[in-house]
Design a binder for this molecule. Sequence first.
Ligand code: 5GP
Ligand code: MN
Length: 344
Amino acid sequence: MISKIIAEELVQKAQDAIQSAEKVVIIAHVGPDGDAVGSSLGMWHYLISLGKEAKVILPNEYPDFLSWMPGSKQILIYEKEQEHCDCLLAEAQLICILDFNAASRASKMKEALLSSPAYKLMIDHHLKPENFADVLVSEPEMSSTCELLFRLICQMGDFSRINKACAACIYTGMMTDTGAFSYNSGNYEIFAIVAELLKTGIDKDEIYRNVFNTYSADRLRLMGYCLYEKMKIYPEYRTALISLSKEEMECFNYQNGDSEGFVNMPLSMKDIIFSVFMREENGKIKISLRSQGDFPCNRVAGDLFNGGGHLNASGGESKESLERTIEEFENALPSYAPWLQENK
Ligand code: 5GP
Ligand code: MN
């Protein structure tokens, strides 16, 4: 019922790498989201069940709405404990790289990652993987890294090791990367996997509430402010843009993850197929892009913001000011008219 999509040779290599390692470090991308934290912790639960000495290290803090996840207490934050994390990365026999495929997405952890002599196993669903791992389990058609991890564990013959805690983590990433199964989730096998996860006893409604219904009043007010004051619409291009400056974020006591999902909001309008969200972060502008249908927002991310990602969900950065970044975006928008305008 669930097809074996990962090449047997890769499964074997991944299994050998796991079997021959004792000390394992699991890492995910900067600005960790539900899939990054879910897949890292899912992998952690699996490795612990095999008796490994495993640790999860994330480049920076993960959002509060993921702190309920089983195993989250052992997560180390590289930014906060750099020396300790450098030692762990240098001494690891295996580094599992989850939910990213470009070394730059490890942010400040990049050097320690690349210089570690550890064997490197990448498990990821983004397009165009860079070649810095020893084994690449890279499947861009997967809806989430968590889905891919589930399939990998099953193909390694270890389905029975997915306990309730592991299943909760895997379910979370599958849920968040598909907007609670509202997009990129038409493959019926996704629901076959969900069915298997539910059999472990996880409460999917509780997981939904933990992730989506635990907002602070500040966050909700910031959302209202974005929609009421900050949303620009370019009807002729079926595009919307929301931007937030550092000062605006401070006004709403901005916490990590507070703008998660904001980029999706304009897509709920009837005629909007492309949405961009920009915010100031550590002296840079972080840009999120989302699209509907076949408009390639990863192309815009690559063309304008030194970034990339999936067809319908991508991101990038700008070192210019917020005003200048908006201006450059607005100047470039007409060049995408052939895709954005109706009856292309
Ligand atoms: P988000 O908007 O949630 O930060 O990112 C959505 C997707 O865009 C990520 O899953 C990732 O594929 C891609 N992405 C985000 N930021 C960057 C970036 O700075 N560089 C690249 N290459 N991809 C990014
Ligand atoms: Mn993902």
